[in-house]
Design a protein around this ligand. Structure first.
Ligand code: NCD
Length: 320
């Protein structure tokens, strides 16, 4: 049985196959309309979410499956003190696949160990968020027609931003990638990520000012300051408006640079940027549905053939 806890749980060629399926879903959505008929997805969300939960549920519903779950730990037995392991053991009796989001790093790993169904990590604390990364890669691939040879700027809360950590991990497997990290000192990228880049010999630079480097970027990945992971509110208030991407700053960027953001946005991108053709963050949300559909098919071992017929592989073999 396969799970996804980090983007590295899939090889580059497996990810390519998932993106090819996602692109086919975008082009031929009707072909997939019944692909998950009779299958059930459980969403176990111990932390707030709009996009990730609804996008994962939409993915299942678009393929004729059904969904169940909770979006607030207080409405589940967690509030009575049940462990993640016991919850997932129970859910394994009800559903075919589970998507879990939890404020603690490593929670998805605990779930995976106790689970009898595939587990999708939808965010574990400040650690990883692989389905957002699949979304990000699919968006970059669709907009730039490649995933290699580019300079990616990541700006904002690089310390607590789990989407940042997953994206760097995933992109560092493609040739010709250079990272530019833009953050205040307090929100610098964690050492374990830097160590990984050093070990692999992947070039990166660190800056504080976005204006100084925006002109060199092919992708600008903006992020929100992660209020919920701060130890004190004063630090958050001091740092929350450190970056605000405006039309004026966008004038310095290349014409073919794209701005991505996992969303939700707070203040870090001014709404005046939304109408810039290079603002890709709402298109990104749409790609997130296609890629989650492709991921669910892969984890359930379901292959949709060219004529629309379905083959179930099972046994953990990805039908890619
Ligand atoms: C992100 C998350 O939850 O980590 N949101 C999302 O899933 N699209 C980013 C964030 O909350 O800032």
């Amino acid at each position: 049985m396969r799970h996804i806890l980090t983007p590295l749980d899939f090889s580059v060629s497996e990810l390519d196959a998932i993106f090819d399926i996602a692109a086919d879903i975008e082009a031929n959505p009707k072909k997939y309309a019944d692909a998950c008929h009779g299958k059930k997805l459980a969403t176990l969300f111990y932390e707030p979410s709009t996009r990730t939960r609804l996008s994962t549920e939409t993915a299942m519903l678009n393929m004729g499956g059904s969904v169940m779950g909770f979006s607030d730990a207080n409405s589940s037995s967690v509030s009575k003190g049940e462990s993640i392991a016991d919850t997932i053991r129970t859910v394994s009796c009800f559903a075919d696949i589970a998507a879990i989001r939890h404020p603690k790093e490593g929670a998805a790993m605990v779930a995976k160990q106790a689970s009898r169904i595939p587990v999708i990590n939808c965010g574990d604390g400040g650690h990883q968020h692989p389905t957002q990364t699949l979304t990000d890669l699919m968006t970059i691939r669709s907009l730039k027609k490649r995933l290699n040879n580019m300079t990616i700027g990541l700006c904002g809360d690089l310390k607590f931003g789990r989407t940042v950590h997953s994206l760097i991990e995933a992109m560092s497997r493609y040739p010709g990638i250079r990272f530019i990290f833009i953050s205040p000192n307090e929100l610098r990228i964690p050492d374990y990520v830097i160590d990984m880049l050093d070990e692999k010999g992947i070039p990166y630079e660190e800056y504080i000012r976005l204006d100084d480097v925006i002109g060199r970027l092919d992708i600008l990945y903006m992020t929100r300051v992660q209020r919920e992971r701060f130890f004190n509110e004063e630090d958050y208030i001091r740092l929350k408006d450190f970056y605000i991407l405006t039309r004026k700053i966008m004038r310095r960027a290349k014409n073919d640079m794209f701005v991505l953001h996992p969303l939700p946005r707070v203040n870090e991108i001014s709404v005046e940027v939304d109408s810039d053709p290079r603002a890709a963050y709402f298109r990104q949300v749409q790609y997130g549905v296609y890629v989650r559909m492709a991921l669910i098919l892969a984890l359930l071992g379901i292959k949709v053939n060219d004529d629309g017929s379905i083959t179930e592989e099972g046994g953990g073999k990805l039908p890619l």
